[in-house]
Write a protein that binds this ligand. Structure first.
Ligand code: GDP
Ligand code: MN
Length: 386
């Protein structure tokens, strides 16, 4: 299992720039005021670009050209907070705008079956490349790179020629393909993609977009790339959950789930599904279940607006159920929510745990003794609220 780490466009461009691959000057910002200041500093026109880990931002209204300060402000205001297919924009990249004569496509990905890097190039860039591959496959050049030899300038030039690149920019394109492979190998990337790779009217070639996936098993070799893990689109609540040792995976449904232990959390997903419910997440609270852990777990689950009801499924082993019950009370003393919680406590001191919960009599906390009972209850409660 190779863990992948996707970079935001501007982080990918930072890597590109480190390897001498030409990109436009820009600034990463998180507020409208900083966006406007960055635009003024760069000089107009600028492009205001949503930084989210999903493509097709242009079509979704996440990439806008601004010719004046007023436009920069308007676009920054509209794009910050924009939801692009489930990815909320928290960060913008303000870039000096480029004039475009041609839009090409270039990428290198790991072809696992060939055990080689696969370079793909097309002069039909700026559009969905899958569509090019499907409708006009002759316009997509595919070239495997031998890991022992790499790619020579000549080979890259052949790819550009085969792709039908105008003669005057072939060298420029070939140079970029060589550098794209350098980024791929030296940064331990599994994907480096430029779409569009543009030719400007004055016949300069540069990367207008960047999509980079790093192999995070190799991250120990890249001190500078580690910074990308803490920045970017990671949700602060999820980050805190991770720091406390909670394993959280977001799913599509509307029932929040938390269990102590991966096995229990997983079987909870199954039982909820069998009861006709649809899990919103997987959250393993690991061994511990003190107030801090439960509070963070509950906050993490509730940060997903789709959640209509939550099932806390705790099996008391080393963690005693009375401790867990106190943890739940501690968490609810600090969290304000009317979302119903079903709490199933079983195992060490479970009777005492359920008694503590019953006594506290929190209106939206429903104790349950068995997993099936808990699953049915939480599914019914979620249905009531939908
Ligand atoms: P994506 O939609 O997420 O792939 O975002 P891109 O960064 O590829 O931008 C989408 C489109 O916006 C590009 O294909 C360009 O057509 C356009 N675009 C982006 N930057 C510029 C720029 O500096 N100048 C011009 N004229 N168009 C741009
Ligand atoms: Mn693009």
């Amino acid at each position: 299992f190779a863990a992948a780490m996707d970079l935001l466009e501007y982080q990918g461009k930072q890597l590109f720039a480190r390897h001498g691959l030409e990109v436009s000057d820009g600034r990463a910002v998180t507020t409208v005021e900083d966006a406007v200041a960055a635009a003024n500093e760069l000089g107009y026109p600028v492009v205001v670009k949503a930084q989210v880990l999903i493509g097709g931002r242009g079509k979704a209204g996440g990439v806008k050209l601004a010719s004046t300060e007023e436009e920069a402000r308007e676009h920054a205001t509209n794009i910050l907070g924009l939801d692009i297919r489930g990815h909320v924009v928290h960060e913008l990249w303000i870039e000096k705008a480029s004039d475009i004569a041609d839009e090409y496509y270039a990428s290198i990905l790991l072809d696992r079956s060939a055990k080689k890097a696969l370079l793909m190039f097309s002069t039909e860039g700026g559009v969905d490349i899958e569509e090019v591959a499907e409708k006009t496959p002759e316009k997509l050049v595919r070239h495997h790179i031998d890991p022992l030899v790499g790619i020579s300038a000549d080979e890259a030039l052949q790819v550009a020629t085969q792709g039908g690149v105008d003669e005057d920019v072939r060298e420029g394109v070939a140079g970029i393909l060589v550098k794209l492979y350098e980024v791929w190998t030296e940064e331990d990337a599994t994907l480096t993609e430029i779409n569009p790779l543009i030719v400007t009217p004055d016949r300069n070639v540069k990367a207008l977009d960047a999509k980079v996936t790093l192999d995070d098993n190799a991250l120990f070799r890249h001190e500078e790339s580690k910074a990308f893990t803490v920045k970017g689109a990671v949700d602060p609540v999820e980050e805190r959950a991770k720091a406390l040792g909670l394993q959280y995976v977001a799913l599509d449904g509307d029932i929040g789930i938390m269990g102590n232990g991966a096995g229990l959390a997983m079987s909870t997903l199954d039982v909820v599904a069998q009861a006709g419910g649809s899990p919103a997440n997987f959250l393993d609270a690991a061994g511990g279940a003190n107030a801090e852990v439960i509070k963070t777990g509950v906050e993490t689950i509730l940060s997903n607006p789709k959640v209509k009801a939550v099932l806390l499924n705790i099996f008391g082993g080393i963690t005693r159920c009375d401790e867990v019950a106190r943890g739940v009370l501690g968490a609810f003393a600090e969290i304000e929510t009317d979302i119903p919680f079903v709490v199933r406590l079983d195992g060490t001191n479970d009777v005492e745990g359920r008694r503590i919960l019953a006594e506290a009599n929190i209106p939206n906390v429903h104790p349950a003794a068995t997993m099936n009972e808990a699953a049915e209850k939480v599914v019914a409660l979620a249905k009531e609220r939908s």
